[in-house]
Ligand binder design. Structure first.
Ligand code: ATP
Length: 202
């Protein structure tokens, strides 16, 4: 499974719809200072479910929407979609049936973010888990930002273990385990209440 295209519209400097093909091999982004090279990488992290606006150099999530410049008015929406080639069918369930997977995130002023996978509305969690299972994602070691190498070298053993788990694609299992445990607790509480009621009836 690999990325094949990044499409942006209204995201930071990318006011018009922009398609960035991602060919096999090495892709480089070149351009003058301030043209939006980092914004492109941030768009990739954003669509993969980044929830911290600070790590996108913004003071609120709506700051990723084009704010207006050069006589062009601001926008009310920003949308980014990332296309993945899944012809080898290595995507995790339930997405491994399609040869191509399109993940998109749209933010509208006052309405927050809406995520879709292949056109179907999903939760942020579903998108984050899809990428975590594929050893990728907004915070994964697959994206090495400035200062990250030093951070990994100096990290404490438990933090380093988490980095290795993310790289191995098992980080999503922890989130699923937590969800399953809270469902189990709720089921146990229901069972206790049922037993109490049965006791009262008997
Ligand atoms: P450098 O080579 O200096 O690192 P860069 O090519 O990586 O630069 P970015 O940091 O991606 O450039 O882009 C910075 C530009 O994005 C700034 O000019 C900033 O004003 C602009 N920008 C950021 N957010 C928005 C927004 N919401 N609307 C419009 N422009 C924005």
């Amino acid at each position: 499974m690999h990325f094949t295209r990044l499409r942006l519209s209204g995201f930071k400097t990318f006011v018009d719809q922009t398609d960035a093909p991602i060919e096999p091999g090495l892709t480089g982004i070149v351009g003058p200072n301030g043209c939006g090279k980092s914004n492109l990488v941030e768009a990739m992290r954003w669509v993969m479910g980044e929830s911290s606006f600070k790590s996108l150099r913004a003071s609120g999530m709506e700051d990723v929407i084009f704010a207006g410049s050069g006589g062009r008015p601001s926008r009310n929406h920003a949308e980014v979609s990332l296309t993945l080639d899944n012809s080898a069918r290595t995507a995790p369930e339930p997405f491994n049936q399609s040869a191509e997977i399109e993940v998109s995130r749209k933010i509208s002023r006052g309405l927050g973010s809406l995520y879709r996978i292949n056109g179907r509305e999903v939760r942020a969690r579903d998108v984050q888990l899809l990428f975590a299972d594929a050893s990728s994602g907004a915070r994964s070691p697959a994206l090495v930002g400035q200062g990250r190498v030093g951070e990994i070298i100096n990290a404490r053993p438990d933090r380093r273990r988490r980095i290795l788990e993310e790289a191995a694609g098992v980080a999503g299992l922890h989130a699923r385990r937590r969800e399953a445990e809270s469902r189990l607790t709720a089921a146990e509480q229901n069972l206790t209440r049922v037993e109490d009621l049965v006791g009262q009836l008997g």
